[in-house]
Design a protein around this ligand. Structure first.
Ligand code: ADP
Length: 295
């Protein structure tokens, strides 16, 4: 059983030839909405990968709240501990231009209410095989969850996104850190992934730095870091690759697979997602991942 504590956002995407400058109005080609947020994306990825998943989060009383909850439930994520708080849901306002570049404003909305654990959250975490955390909800809540999990012997996986430096007490409470190159650099000041991973091992026993098409680097205390290659695919849309990777990794670890084999399986899942359009929509199901992993 996997518990995810994290964000739920509605992604509001405008497709334009080029983004407007300050004071300017441009006409867009199309507008679409997608349920997202790193927490919710990881929860969906883990559920599709075959895990039993519960989400601790918050949505608003606006029209998006119900849709965000329904999207999680549609992928089989348990939402009993997803609170509904008065006001707006989290939103990400995204402008995508014709060259594929984007500009994004994230308004946390209801996610800002996630500042600590309820007794219900604590009871759920106590029974979990694994707790997944990211940084799109207030740090106080993330820290409280990491500490509670550590004190109750529950393994914790942190994705340090959005990239930032972190209080040492958070990293000290984490068992596995999964960062992309940019996040690993923000945490350590080292742009070389091997150097960054090495520094992070001072605080976290297992570190994975994802390297896009190059796969990922796995570092553990007392051993040389190893690279796990990514399957070769034609990338169609890499949004959500990292969340798919972490969700599938969590599902495999929750079943007791050792890290190296879980990383290979997660790489297959992430490769499938980059070969198809959409973030959550492109996340693969267990049978697809198994087929890709055996290929
Ligand atoms: P993020 O999405 O957080 O920026 P990465 O770009 O490092 O993170 O991607 C996460 C994982 O997704 C990689 O470790 C890899 O397994 C997979 N991945 C990403 N891009 C590709 C690609 N072009 N081909 C194959 N796998 C990919």
């Amino acid at each position: 059983h996997i518990v995810v504590l994290g964000s739920t956002n509605m992604d509001l995407v405008a497709y334009v030839e080029r983004a407007p400058r300050r004071g300017e109005t441009v006409t867009g080609r199309a507008f679409r909405t997608f349920p997202g947020g790193k927490g919710a994306n990881q929860a969906v990825a883990a559920a599709r990968a075959g895990a039993t998943v519960s989400m601790i989060g918050a949505v608003g009383t606006d029209g998006f709240g119900g849709r965000l909850r329904a999207a999680l439930e549609h992928s089989g994520v348990d939402t009993d501990l997803l609170r509904t708080v008065e006001g707006a849901s989290g939103t990400a306002h995204i402008v995508v231009d014709d060259e594929g570049g984007n500009a994004i404003v994230v308004v946390p909305g209801a996610n800002a209410a996630l500042t600590g654990l309820t007794h219900g959250d604590e009871a759920l975490i106590t029974c979990a095989d694994l707790l997944l955390l990211q940084l799109e909800t207030p740090l106080d809540g993330v820290l409280a969850a990491a500490r509670y999990a550590r004190d109750h012997g529950v393994r914790t996986v942190l994705t340090p996104a959005p990239a930032q430096s972190l209080p040492p007490e958070l990293l000290d409470a984490v068992d596995l850190l999964v960062a992309n190159e940019h996040e690993a650099a923000a945490l350590t000041g080292a742009t070389d992934p091997r150097t960054a991973a090495h520094k992070l091992l001072d605080q976290v026993p297992d570190v994975v730095v994802t390297l896009g098409a190059e796969g990922c680097l796995y570092a553990t205390r007392g051993a040389e870091p190893v690279t796990v290659p990514a399957p070769r695919v034609t990338a169609v849309d890499t949004t959500g690759a990292g969340d798919t990777f972490v969700g599938a990794l969590a599902a495999a670890l929750g079943e007791g697979r050792p890290l190296p084999s879980a990383l290979a399986w997660a790489s297959s899942a992430a490769a499938l997602s980059v070969g198809r359009p959409g973030a959550a929509a492109s996340m693969p199901y267990r049978t697809e991942i198994d087929a890709e992993a055996e290929a």
